[in-house]
Design a protein around this ligand. Sequence first.
Ligand code: NDP
Length: 246
Amino acid sequence: MKTVLVTGGNGGIGSAICRDMAENGYSVVAAYYSDEKEQARAWQRSLQEQGVDVEIVGGDVTDYESAKGMVDEAVMKVGPIDVLVNCAGITRDATFRKMVPDQWNEVINTNLDSVYNVTHQVINGMLERGFGRIINIASVNGQKGQFGQTNYSAAKAGLHGFTMALAQETARKGITVNTVSPGYISTPMTQAMPVEVLDAIVGSVPVGRMGEPEEIAHTVLWLASEKSAYVTGANIPINGGLFMAA
Ligand code: NDP
């Protein structure tokens, strides 16, 4: 049975990924933010009640040692990690003029530094075993930029730079590295946005609605497959047509 570790695993998109992968025969570990242990346990129990088994591990992806502890614990629970989904992320929106250093640093640390911190723990094992799937959840706003999100847009664009570079370093070793760039998806992250801002954005989405977390999970599952071995270094948009590029 293949194993998968999903950071931000109990978040909106992460939950859908964990569920889909568990239902498709993966041994799943959801990494939750270490401060949220009780919440993560309750989330795990509710999945169990629905017949979906997922292991949980706590950690702070912004901290290298914490990420190491988190991955070590995941390996103890399910064995070496075959598929890593880097999904933990936050927003701290402000126009650039008003953005304070904490808003910049927290977003870069959580959305970009985290990917070094976590991926570095699994890459050697994947290279030794000659198989791996690394899937980085970026954003449409890393592709097109977004007013009030210089920090987030920079982190997510940087994430895809990481994807393309690591894809080249690992391509001959059975490892693929890809980015998935969602548009606006119904999760706690977007529920926290002002309604009028969200309505205006959704009004400009050609498909005419927000995306569902399951629509992201579907692509992650496809990328994780052994049959997707020839897809690497890609940035796959799932945005209802909000941003199209040649
Ligand atoms: P959620 O807020 O629901 O999930 C984010 C997850 O990341 C939470 O589980 C959160 O834990 C976790 N997390 C945050 N900080 C840390 C940390 N320091 N260490 C470990 N875990 C942490 O958001 P979504 O599910 O919507 O977002 C998931 C990913 O998708 C993010 O990377 C986001 O940027 C991206 N995305 C989302 C879009 C959307 O429209 N929703 C659009 C495009 C991209 P906790 O809740 O305990 O803080």
